[in-house]
Each structure stands twice: as structure tokens, then as C-alpha cells.
Design a protein around this ligand. Structure first.
Ligand code: FAD
Ligand code: FES
Length: 279
């Protein structure tokens, strides 16, 4: 079960194609799975970026940030994951909005793909905007181009597209008078917040895929609690997508960084251990 059928690396993002026929049969755009690399691993949530019902596979893009993602990054083709649970969360709400902008950074470059695909199939004009530090860090571009009317780029060093971030591209579009009927964003929390602040003055309905810390993924443990419009929500069962103009970003950032210091120390000692093991 959950055999790794394909594995590749694009800088610090790892593509994993995993045999999971039941999930491939039922997954919808915007949903995620919770995986365990081995039986001692943490359970971590990952967005399903693509799937193939004929082959019975799902595709994940994993940004290596800590121990659990490092463990997955070290797996090889032919290895099997201990557990893959899903589909979890609610599918994206896809309608014929008109012009839809999708912004993706880090793992969100792969994560926005199925949403862009579904938006295109529903008759929307799809503009995808992706950001990375350098041009060689982009991935899944061919697929994104195939489902987008336009793909725009932002890089920190200006090596591809606009020098800056997704929100800089959107700000420029809005200042030029481009009409955007709906925006979706997926990536790090800072990016989600900054993009939401750019669309807010224009009252553009804005959906963000939150990446709060999760444990069980079933609404029982409370780990993924967020405040949205003054109401308590659980990202795993009420989300992961919420109105970006209503999220309490300060609280989310505080909750996300609760274990940051310990995570950094453990990751550093673990990854140094891995290096020692390899040499
Ligand atoms: C619905 C959802 C979808 C996601 N999709 C993807 C994806 O497709 N690809 C991808 O690379 N990442 C995705 N993430 C984030 C991913 O789950 C975390 O980066 C991962 O859990 C970090 O584990 P770690 O042990 O490697 O790092 P840690 O050392 O545990 O943490 C490093 C960072 O990850 C955050 N984090 C830690 N544990 C969790 C957790 N259980 N859930 C969420 N964040 C956590 C911490 O706040 C910290 O900033 C998603 C998160 C959610 C909630
Ligand atoms: S992860 Fe436990 S309630 Fe959401």
C-alpha cells in the first residue's frame, strides 16, 4: 500500500507520486491527505496536487521544512509510506465567477493546479500567478499553463517575471484596472495574509487555503483551531479554505509558531545526523 511510484526533487520541493487508488477515485480540488512516512512519524497534512484514476495514484509536492518532511524527502521510489489518510477537508467552492486569479508560492505552486483546472472546466478565465525566490525553483509549470489562460511569475531576484511576490503582481493588475472576480491563494501564511490585504480594498472575494498545525485531521483535537470572522473554526473539517478577509492572522501566526524553537533545534540535530549517516 502507498508505494512511491515516482520521486523527484526541485530544489527543496519533493514531488511524490503515490499509489492510493481509493483516494485517487474520490479526491476533489482543494482537499488534502494526512500522511505518515513510517510508523513512528508525525501525521502531516499535504494537499493533493494531482491524481490519476487510471493509474490509481496521487501527486504530492512537499516542501522540506522540518523532520517529517525531511523523512519523506529521504524516501526512494519503491518505498511505501506507512499511512495516507484522505481525502480530508472540504473541496474548493468552484463556480463560474468570471475572471479568477490563483496565487501560489512554495507548495502552493502545485497546490493551486487542481483548483485552476476545476475553475477552467467551469468556464472561468484563469490567471495563475506563481512566486519563487529564483526562476529555477518553479515546477509543475507545463500543467499549470495547460489549465490557465495566463501564467504570471514573480521572483525575489527578478530572474523570471516581476521582481517581487504574488501580491505585487496582483497590485499592479488592479492598479491597471484588471477586473478580478475571485481570488484563491495557497502557500505560506505570510503570503496568504499579504495577498488578502491587497484584494481587500477592492472587495474581491478571496479564498485562502490555511496551513494551521494539525494532529488528527478529524475535528477532535483542536490543534488546527482558527478564528474566522470572530467564529472558532477547525481548519481540518471547516476548511482548509476560508475567507482571507476574515481570518485572524495574528492568532494563526502565534499558534503556528508555538513549537518553532523546538522544531528548529530538533530538525537541525536530525538533519546533521542524517548527513553523518550518509557520509
Ligand atoms: C491543509 C494543509 C495542507 C498542506 N499542504 C502541504 C503541501 O501540499 N505541501 C507541503 O509541503 N506542506 C503542506 N502543508 C504544511 C505541512 O503540513 C507542514 O509543513 C508539515 O507538517 C511540517 O512538518 P515538519 O515536521 O517537516 O516540520 P516541523 O518542524 O514540524 O515544522 C516546520 C513548520 O511547519 C509547520 N507545521 C508543523 N507541523 C505542522 C502540521 N502538523 N500541520 C501544519 N503545519 C505544520 C510549523 O508551524 C513550522 O512552521 C499543509 C498544511 C495543511 C494544514
Ligand atoms: S487537526 Fe485536530 S481538530 Fe483539526
Amino acid at each position: 500500500m502507498y508505494e512511491l511510484m515516482e520521486k523527484s526533487e526541485i530544489f527543496n520541493v519533493h514531488k511524490m507520486v503515490i499509489k492510493a487508488p481509493e483516494i485517487a477515485d474520490s479526491i476533489k480540488a482543494g482537499q488534502f491527505v494526512i500522511v505518515m512516512g513510517n510508523k513512528y512519524s508525525e501525521r502531516i497534512p499535504l494537499t493533493v496536487s494531482d491524481w490519476n484514476t487510471d493509474a490509481g495514484t496521487i501527486t504530492l509536492y512537499i516542501l522540506e521544512v522540518g523532520i517529517s518532511t525531511l523523512e519523506l524527502a529521504r524516501m526512494k521510489m519503491g518505498d511505501s509510506l506507512y499511512a495516507v489518510t484522505g481525502p480530508l477537508g472540504n473541496p474548493s467552492e468552484i463556480k463560474n465567477y468570471g475572471t479568477v486569479v490563483l496565487g501560489g508560492g512554495c507548495y502552493g505552486i502545485g497546490g493551486i493546479y487542481p483548483i485552476a483546472h476545476a475553475c477552467k472546466e467551469t468556464g472561468n478565465k484563469v490567471i495563475s500567478i506563481i512566486e519563487a525566490r529564483y526562476s529555477f525553483m518553479f515546477y509543475h509549470e507545463k500543467e499549470l499553463h495547460a489549465v490557465s489562460d495566463q501564467v504570471l511569475y514573480a521572483t525575489s531576484d527578478g530572474s523570471k517575471g516581476k521582481k517581487g511576490k504574488v501580491e505585487d503582481v496582483i497590485r499592479e493588475m488592479l492598479e491597471k484596472g484588471v477586473k478580478i472576480d475571485h481570488a484563491f491563494f495557497m502557500g505560506c501564511t505570510q503570503m496568504l495574509e499579504r495577498c488578502s490585504e491587497v484584494t481587500r480594498p477592492y472587495a474581491i472575494p478571496t479564498t485562502v487555503a490555511l496551513n494551521s498545525i494539525m494532529l488528527d485531521g478529524t475535528g477532535m483535537c483542536g490543534a488546527c483551531r482558527v478564528s474566522v470572522g470572530g467564529q472558532t473554526k477547525f481548519t481540518c473539517v471547516d476548511g482548509p479554505e476560508f475567507d482571507g478577509h476574515k481570518v485572524d492572522w495574528q492568532e494563526l501566526n502565534q499558534r503556528k509558531s508555538a513549537y518553532a524553537e523546538r522544531e528548529t533545534v530538533v530538525y537541525q540535530s536530525y538533519s546533521h545526523g542524517c548527513m553523518a549517516e550518509r557520509t
